[in-house]
Design a protein around this ligand. Structure first.
Ligand SMILES: NC(=O)c1ccc[n+]([C@@H]2O[C@H](COP(=O)([O-])OP(=O)(O)OC[C@H]3O[C@@H](n4cnc5c(N)ncnc54)[C@H](O)[C@@H]3O)[C@@H](O)[C@H]2O)c1
Length: 310
């Protein structure tokens, strides 16, 4: 199994992914273009670990061991030369990713895996210009990567079977629940499902069916409560497929079929009302710093993780 990992890009996703390797006891290089990005990542990882210790899901010793497993570097060759598994988490610009893969292929071990965290670019497109496309994968983590269990794993036609198996094993080693797609589709699985729910929620709001808080409550206290443990397909099985056949037949024509965001969302975005980060979105937010909001969110996710792990 792998002895050394590397994560390229220490931003929102990369720092959390590097933390996962470190918590699994796997030495990891975390690379970014400049020292100040690495410093931000170092602080974020420290805060994540402190929170996990405070909430009793990690011991002080495990936290210290994780910190010791991470080497921060702005030297790309140093980061990847000895790595067996390299995660790419740089911005979603295909030209930047292609340029990076060319560099990686020139200095990585020939057998090492390259796994992109892309949310939207097909893996076959990412591998298009590579001289070793057979080692290219997608491992799509969810924010915050160090807490959300799911990783969607996507291969392309030319990815070697052995690389796919190694990727699945590595994801399990770092404590994740990997799901392997049988074919490439835009948005993979989870973002397609989320987008379908969000489109309908915005449609209900636009139609004046209920207040935003009540639409959200209808999810968190209803389907969302179940979904942490029972997915939509099992829900249909439990409910009875005859019943769900009628539900789909009767409701499908009534659901939003919109191919774009509703007009009111465009108006909000144009006015700079971008949600929690700008203080106003569909809801209004009190003056509370972004880092406090993130801590509050992570606190709840840790509690859910504890329940799921029991
Ligand atoms: N943010 C999310 O919620 C989320 C969720 C799932 C997947 N993703 C995907 O993960 C990837 C990274 O997203 P993010 O939100 O972490 O981005 P980010 O902008 O927070 O971080 C990207 C980091 O990569 C660095 N970088 C830029 N160019 C680079 C290069 N050529 N080489 C090395 N580092 C470089 C930047 O300095 C930055 O620190 C994207 O493909 C994105 O689509 C993001």
């Amino acid at each position: 199994m792998i002895q050394q990992a590397a994560v390229i890009g220490a931003g929102v996703m990369g720092h959390g992914i590097a933390q996962l390797y470190a918590q699994a006891g796997i030495p990891v290089f975390l690379y970014d273009l400049e020292e100040n990005y690495l410093e931000k990542a170092r602080k974020a990882i420290k805060a994540n670990l402190i929170l996990q210790v405070q909430r009793g899901v990690l011991t002080e010793v495990e936290s210290e061991r994780a910190v010791a497993c991470i080497t921060y570097t702005t030297d790309l060759e140093e980061a990847v030369r000895t790595a067996d598994f390299v995660t790419e988490a740089i911005p979603e610009v295909i030209e930047w990713k292609w340029e990076l893969y060319e560099k990686l292929e020139s200095c990585m071990k020939p057998t090492a895996v390259i796994a992109s965290n892309t949310s939207t670019i097909p893996v076959s497109r990412l591998a298009e210009k590579m001289s070793t496309p057979e080692r290219m994968m997608i491992t799509h983590f969810f924010n915050p990567a160090q807490l959300v269990p799911l990783v969607e794993v996507v291969r392309h036609e030319r990815t070697e079977e052995k690389i796919v198996q190694t990727t699945m094993e590595v994801m399990r080693m770092i404590g994740k629940s990997p799901v392997l797609l049988k074919k490439e589709v835009p948005g993979f699985i989870a973002n397609r499902l989320q987008a379908a729910v969000v489109r309908e929620a915005l449609h209900l709001l636009e139609e004046g069916v209920a207040e935003a808080k009540d639409i959200d409550l209808a999810v968190t206290e209803g389907p969302g409560f179940r979904w942490a443990f029972i997915g939509p397909i099992e829900t249909a099985d439990f409910g009875g497929l005859d019943t769900w056949k009628r539900v789909v037949d009767n409701l499908a024509p009534e659901l939003s079929q919109s191919r774009q965001a509703p007009e009111f969302l465009n108006t909000l975005v144009d006015a700079g009302h971008l949600g929690a980060k700008s203080g106003q979105g569909i809801y209004e937010y009190e003056e509370i710093s972004v880092s406090e909001k993130i801590k509050e969110r992570d606190d709840k996710f840790i509690e859910l993780l504890k329940v799921k792990q029991r």
